[in-house]
Design a protein around this ligand. Sequence first.
Ligand code: GLA
Length: 721
Amino acid sequence: MAIIYCEQRKMFYLESKDVTYAFYINKIGFPEHLYYGKRVGHDALNYAYSGGATSHRAYIPEVNISYNDLPAEAPFYGNGDFREPMVQIMDGKGDRLIQLVYESHEILPVKPALPGMPSLRGGETLKLTLKDMTRELRVILYYTVYEDASAIVRHTEIVNSGTESVDLLRAYSFCLDLPRNDYELITLHGAWARECEMERVPMHHGVMAVDSKRGSSSATNNPFMAVVSPHTDEFHGEAYGCNLVWSGSYVLKAEAGIGGASRILGGINDFDFRWKLCAGETFCTPEAVLVYSSEGLNKMSQSFHDLYRGYLIPEKHVYSPRPVVINNWEGTYFDFDNERLMAIVDAVRGTGIDTFVLDDGWFGARNHAKAGLGDWVVNTEKLKGGLKTIIDYVHNAGLKFGLWFEPEMVNPDSDLYRAHPDWAIHCPGHEPMLSRTQMVLDLTRAEVRDYLVDAVSAILDTHDIDYVKWDSNRALTENFSLGLNADCQQEFHTRWTLGLYDIFERIINSHPDIFFEGCSSGGARFDAGMLYYFPQIWTSDDTDAYMRTRIQYGTSLAYPLSSLSCHVSICPNHQTGRTTPFATRAAIAHLGATGYELDTARMIAEEIAAIPAQVEAYHAMEELILCGDSYRLESTMEGNYFAEMVVAKDRSRAVLTVFRALVMANAETKRVYPVGLEENAVYRIPELEIELHGSTIMNVGLVPKFVREDFTAAVFTFEKI
Ligand code: GLA
């Protein structure tokens, strides 16, 4: 049993792989947090926690409680806890006080799926019901444990069982009170073409936060935060990783309090949020994934990866070989016809590339970014004979066919907008803001969602399509719906994200044989919510090999390598203007779901000739990418080198990729220490034509031999014999 309740102490012990999470119900019925960290015994943790008192000092005497001292499971507002609350409400009288106490609990063998939004599968789950002492309002906390991942997954439900509506002003998914406040915070900030840059700062007194107000999780800040000890590195030290299973506006906060402790919490962003919870209604928050590692950041990431592969990403695809695509976007942009596309297909015939993806520009008047978005009708002037001609050509060449969509958006210059201008998000009386000359459709409205499901399905159901790239290229503004009452307008962002999940459910579930890849101007919606629907996501529009070492390093903090879509593109690179060797571009793109994105007509013969061996090398290591443990060894965010190793779970095989950014004359020797191998096993390293013990490889290290050229990579394979 992984969830144990001790009636005598009123204490809950939750155990996932290697970790314990504990809290108890104190004398006034308040759930007090006690511990989250490395596995401990079922001792009287409140005794230890309070320094030897028989109970926590904060509830003695009972009449003089200071909630500000209590480590809380679900802190609320107005009771003297001056830290950040998890739940905030206001009733019809303007009364904003709540006092939540234990009412009941249940241990469920399997966590119920969250209604209308993505969630992790399975897992024994504690359902803890707290009741407001003065109203018929309940806050239900869910905690899910996993035998094979060092994580606790939480979410919250707020149930209005009274007869009057209340307004939710804040409804976060979780709160985790930690015993110290000398941690450091690692977050992933970024922008278009430079997503997931790691930033590490000491925690300071007061509140620190990352958030998105954009309506999507965004490239500005990924919905991820790691709270780590000051000495934590990739292999040592404590790390608490928090990640939200939510693709909309969110916030994650860390607050160092006056008492030497700290509070981590978050969920749907409460900026511009107010939800009217009518009598009898329930509000469900998204899930928060809380991973703990006592062995540094690599172990934290491996736990996220195992959890997401085992319980989040669609089971059908998660461990299956991924399509190796050639995508025409950087090759042609909007300027293509059948002949140009067929030439790309011809060039890659027989190379091992197995899927051709037709990107933006195949529909409506979409000859540039200014028109046509929303009109999911094939542009037969451009594609003579319709999509069928190119699809048949691709299939006859032995490749699968993929197609790009951006269903959530509309250009004002489109038939859809002309027919339904009110479907695009706008606030009457204000000029709507365009971005990339487009507007966002109001997915809070059922008729808009129905239209999109029908329009996309009409293409998918009448063509032989194997793969879809689902894009989304702007943030939400105006945040107003003609379909919502004035007092519900601040529900807009949340309802829009739920509307998005509704169309994912309806389109993706009804096309089980199509492989769906996520995308949002590159990695602007790379989050765990998306991974529930999309086994892989386009990591960044920046395909420059050097930038990719940084972007992929950061993204892998929370997300498995198999979910990182990575392409080899043409040089000079379209985003950075930099030229890197073709082999390096492939070596870095192989550290994810690999593919190509270029105009084959502009490739030199040597590059085309190199593709079959590259694809073969990728297939040889693909199982490691899909199922293995990845280790980050060196980062170009810190120095001249990037190194990453991927090791099979049974440690029978591994691949190490080392990248050097710049040549330095008479440089110091670079030694890399592989990890994760079996000490006593002997491994063949074909690239060095040598066999060595794992212990030798890991302790003596390897010295990569780079050619005298900037941006080179060396790849080593380890095969247990
Ligand atoms: C976004 C995507 C690109 C491409 C274009 C098409 O920028 O990230 O990969 O699909 O849109 O407009």
